[in-house]
Write a protein that binds this ligand. Structure first.
Ligand SMILES: Cc1cc2nc3c(=O)[nH]c(=O)nc-3n(C[C@H](O)[C@H](O)[C@H](O)COP(=O)(O)OP(=O)(O)OC[C@H]3O[C@@H](n4cnc5c(N)ncnc54)[C@H](O)[C@@H]3O)c2cc1C
Ligand code: FES
Length: 289
């Protein structure tokens, strides 16, 4: 796949910018070309300020091809994201995107697991699955984890999830409106939220499935490295396919500099691959061999 044919450069006006607790921000940018081409798992590469020529990669959380916007969720961790947080509606950001290899869903029961600022690709994938779900008879479940308040107002879900206690009903309101079952996890106490790791909650659901149903599950994950490692270990235990989205320091972001390589296992042995264009989505077993 030649990614360069589908990567656009747009001067994107800020349409909306909302702050959430824990230094988290949801940013909506007008970028119609990117919005039309983007797939879940892909990211945009942003110039946040003229003082910082190096772009910053941020995953795409939602798109509207009709209205021509892309939405991002990010956390302020350093200079670039702090400068981005200052942008006001009407300000412009140089956007390169969409970049990267997206998730590929070929199983009837996709289990989507997002941790922290790894939640955005899962929200994007959930929205896409809700659109194609009825036609393809899909039964997805989304599990989102956070150690700071969630960057949305959780609501009680009316959609049942096997294996999850009835009082743990907190969900993402957008996913609920799309009819996609979702549950939340945190090691900190939060009302209606599972107390523990996302993988503990995933295990409870897997155990509640019939063996035939479990064979239809595939895992998709984005989040901190230890979480991804735990998700791949869980997939290995149940012998299920797993795709993970990786984060790595990036320079060019379009495959030209080899600044973002990671070691993955291939049929012919270990190989260095670029997270920006060979990923960020990889087969989990190839990354955590
Ligand atoms: C494909 C991809 C998708 C991403 N999606 C999101 C997202 O949706 N939301 C979000 O908040 N962040 C996301 N990130 C991480 C984001 O790019 C970094 O947090 C950002 O570049 C930091 O820039 P900065 O100038 O604020 O911080 P810097 O001053 O550059 O660094 C501050 C701290 O962040 C760490 N850091 C910097 N860059 C990265 C990186 N690429 N990966 C891991 N740690 C890093 C540094 O080690 C340091 O501790 C993504 C990264 C990649 C590669
Ligand atoms: S950042 Fe340049 S090749 Fe990936």
């Amino acid at each position: 796949m030649n990614h360069r044919d589908t990567i656009f450069l747009e001067e994107a006006p800020v349409l909306d910018h909302r702050a959430w607790p824990g230094d988290q921000f949801v940013l909506r940018l007008e970028a119609p070309k990117c919005a039309r081409a983007a797939r879940p798992g892909q990211f945009v590469h942003l110039t946040v300020d003229p003082l910082l020529p190096l772009r910053r990669p941020i995953s795409i959380q939602r798109v509207s091809p009709q209205e021509g916007w892309v939405e991002l969720l990010y956390k302020v961790v350093g200079k670039g994201t702090a400068l981005l947080a200052e942008k006001q509606p009407g300000d412009r950001v140089s956007l390169l995107g969409p970049v990267g290899r997206p998730f590929e869903v070929n199983h009837r029961r996709p289990l989507l697991i997002g941790g922290g600022v790894g939640m955005p690709p899962m929200v994007f994938l959930a929205e896409q699955l809700s659109a194609q779900g009825r036609a393809d008879d899909l039964e997805p479940l989304v599990i989102l984890g956070s150690e700071v308040p969630f960057p949305f107002e959780p609501q009680d879900s009316l959609l049942p999830v096997a294996g999850v206690p009835r009082d743990l009903v907190a969900t993402h309101p957008l996913l609920e409106s799309w009819g996609v079952p979702c549950r939340l996890a945190s090691t900190r106490p939060m009302p209606g939220v599972f107390r523990g790791y996302v993988t503990d909650l995933a295990r409870a659901w897997l155990e509640a499935l019939e063996p035939e149903e479990r064979k239809e599950v595939a895992l998709f994950a984005c989040g901190p490295h230890p979480m991804l490692e735990a998700v791949v270990a869980l997939a290995r235990e149940y012998d299920l396919p797993v795709q993970v989205s990786l984060e790595e320091f990036m320079a060019c972001g379009v495959g030209g500099c080899a600044g973002c390589v990671v070691e993955v296992q291939t049929e012919t042995g270990p190989a260095m691959q670029r997270v920006c264009v060979d990923g960020p989505v990889f087969d989990g077993y190839r990354v955590f061999a």
